[in-house]
Design a protein around this ligand. Structure first.
Ligand code: IMP
Ligand code: MG
Length: 178
């Protein structure tokens, strides 16, 4: 499979993603039923995951979107720009950040202090993917879909230079060609 100039191999199928999301929904219900959490979705990458995750959450919740950009091409830059769209009413709310992937951790490391300054009742993180061996910042996330090796992935919302977000499955970079 090609996205722009790079070859990718099938890595996590749409069926496995949906199966894991159903489990995450059940796990989240144990914590958030009766808490009316505010799901804060990190754009752009998490849009598809969030759309499926909230439908797997059988309890009242609200959804807000923020945009924090740190990525250029295939490398995390550590420069995080926050373009925020948070409602003023975060104070006292139970916030669940919905993220596509935790890579270096820089994006959430930059975003969390800002979120905390809005005085939420609690903050936790649900990320579809995490690359534990790429971590530069320790990010406490209670809900993780899949821990994966430090390899570049596309699909299911994740992009390579803006492309590949529409793929239903997740693909990983074919590094055998180097
Ligand atoms: P971090 O700040 O390094 O944790 O990276 C967070 C953001 O970088 C994620 O929300 C993604 O949008 C993007 N990202 C990290 N790894 C990948 C990848 O393998 N493919 C596509 N985007 C990625
Ligand atoms: Mg992202």
């Amino acid at each position: 499979m090609k996205v722009l100039d790079k070859s990718f191999n099938l890595f996590i199928t749409s069926a496995s993603i949906q199966e894991r999301i159903a489990e995450l929904g059940q796990q989240l219900a144990l914590e958030y039923t009766d808490k009316n959490p505010l799901m804060v979705v990190m754009l752009n990458g998490a849009f598809m995951f969030a759309a499926d995750l909230v439908r797997a959450c059988d309890f009242p919740c609200e959804i807000a979107f923020v945009k924090a950009q740190s990525y250029k091409g295939m490398e995390s830059t550590g420069n995080v720009e926050l373009q925020l769209g948070l409602p003023a009413s975060v104070s006292g709310r139970h916030v669940l950040i919905v993220e596509d992937i935790i890579d270096s951790g820089e994006t959430l490391h930059a975003f969390l202090p800002y979120l905390q300054s809005l005085r939420p009742a609690s903050v936790d993180i649900c990320a579809l993917l995490r690359k534990p061996t790429a971590a530069k910042r320790e990010i406490a996330a209670s809900y993780i879909g899949f821990d994966i090796p430090t390899l570049f992935v596309v699909g299911y919302g994740l992009d390579y230079d803006g492309h590949g977000r529409n793929l239903a499955d997740i693909y990983q970079l074919d590094d055998s060609v180097f």
